[in-house]
Design a protein around this ligand. Structure first.
Ligand SMILES: *Cc1c(COP(=O)(O)O)cnc(C)c1O
Length: 368
């Protein structure tokens, strides 16, 4: 028998979360962001759940190709555009739209031989200082693109650095709209946080929103709001089992570095999950975990392949009991990935992307 750890993907939850975004901005089109292999879920595992989307956005041609292979004929957008001139040939062939964020990408387009007009999303650096043309260079870039026979349609795109905080988007929002004011074309500016927090404003949702993390059941502004507040469902459950138990007496310690010391009699369970599975080693004693769907806490250091959990108040827990590291337990109890991420000083994004290859991924409802 293999180690009992698995990552279960919940397509119905993905569908629910997409629908939730749709309700928040009913008159906007949705780019479902599936970069980083659908935030670690596997593009093929979430595709069915995302069928009701208006388009898929990602970074890599390989991922775009996989979406086409699944039969998707609708819009696909490369959020960073092409990385070298010959990528444009694939864009022409597979009808892939692409961002244009620098002069070199315009040079490549100008030299590209194609029968198919390209749909491009001209990217503005409105303050994040990652990719894009600064406002003072934006209109010149537009004029260049607009003069190219290779370009059929130009849309406008920018990205917020602080959409999860109150008024965090105000400055970039103003710069973007001022700079593009009289230019014809569709606009896309909002990630998950901007969509849920400010999407009721037309100038924020624009024509297309670009939700990523909310589709995967993580709150865009945790801990201010959790997924229950946003009515989102976990899309990935990392679960395992108790593979050993120990009785402790006062003074006994647990694990490497003896980081936890019992103050009195206790019972602990050893879980087949460690940092080599993607569970963060930095999670301290007290990080929440579910055993048989009941909340308890971790004890001591996370090892490579194992970790300990407190069973003192769970007398029925035993060898083989279900352990939910994050996600949804069999009894329906939910442990949001955001809580584990907070304990590790990071975000749900990082945890879902870091589940390691030795953990089998299973699609719920697809049989085993
Ligand atoms: C990742 C990304 C998104 C999605 O962001 P979330 O915070 O996951 O919603 C949107 N737009 C761009 C350009 C991105 O890189």
């Amino acid at each position: 028998m293999p180690r009992p750890i698995i990552a279960t993907i919940h397509p119905a939850a993905v569908r629910h979360n997409l629908e939730r975004v749709r309700q928040a901005v009913p008159d906007a089109k949705l780019w479902s962001v599936v970069k980083a292999n659908a935030y670690g879920h596997g593009i093929e595992n979430v595709f069915e759940g995302l069928r009701a989307t208006d388009g898929f956005a990602m970074l890599e041609l390989d991922e775009a190709q996989r979406i086409r292979n699944l039969g998707w004929r609708g819009p696909i957008l490369l959020l960073e555009g092409v990385f070298e001139p010959r990528d444009l040939e694939v864009c022409s062939r597979l009808s892939i739209w692409h961002a244009v964020h620098c002069d070199e990408q315009i040079d490549w387009l100008a030299a590209h031989k194609t029968q198919v007009g390209h749909r491009v999303f001209l990217k503005m650096n409105s303050g994040m200082n990652r990719l894009g043309f600064t406002p003072d260079r934006f209109r010149a870039a537009y004029a260049r693109l607009n003069a190219l026979p290779q370009v059929e349609e130009i849309s406008f795109i920018t990205h917020f650095s602080d959409a999860d905080v109150d008024h965090g988007i105000d400055h970039q929002l103003q710069v973007f709209h001022e700079t593009t004011r009289d230019l014809p074309g569709e606009r896309s500016i909002s990630n998950s946080a901007a969509t849920l927090l400010d999407g009721e404003e037309a100038k924020v949702r624009c024509d297309w929103v670009r939700p990523g993390i909310v589709l995967y059941g993580s709150s865009p502004d945790f801990p201010t709001h959790d997924i229950a507040h946003w009515e989102l469902q976990p899309t990935m459950t990392l679960s395992s089992k108790i593979i050993g138990t120990q009785e402790l007496k006062a003074g006994d310690t647990v694990g490497y570095g003896s980081k936890f010391k019992a103050e009195g009699p206790m019972r602990l369970g050893v879980v087949a999950c460690g940092y080599a599975d993607g569970y963060p080693r930095v999670c301290p004693t007290g990080t929440p975990v579910l055993v048989d769907g009941v909340r308890t806490r971790t004890l001591g250091r996370v090892s490579m392949d194992m970790m300990a959990v407190d069973l003192t108040d769970l007398p029925k827990a035993k060898l083989g009991s279900e352990v939910t590291l994050w996600g949804r337990a069999s009894n329906g109890a939910v442990l949001p990935i955001d809580e584990i991420a907070a304990a590790a000083g990071t975000l749900g994004y990082e945890l879902m992307c870091h589940v390691t290859p030795r953990v089998p991924k299973v699609i719920e409802g697809a049989g085993k």
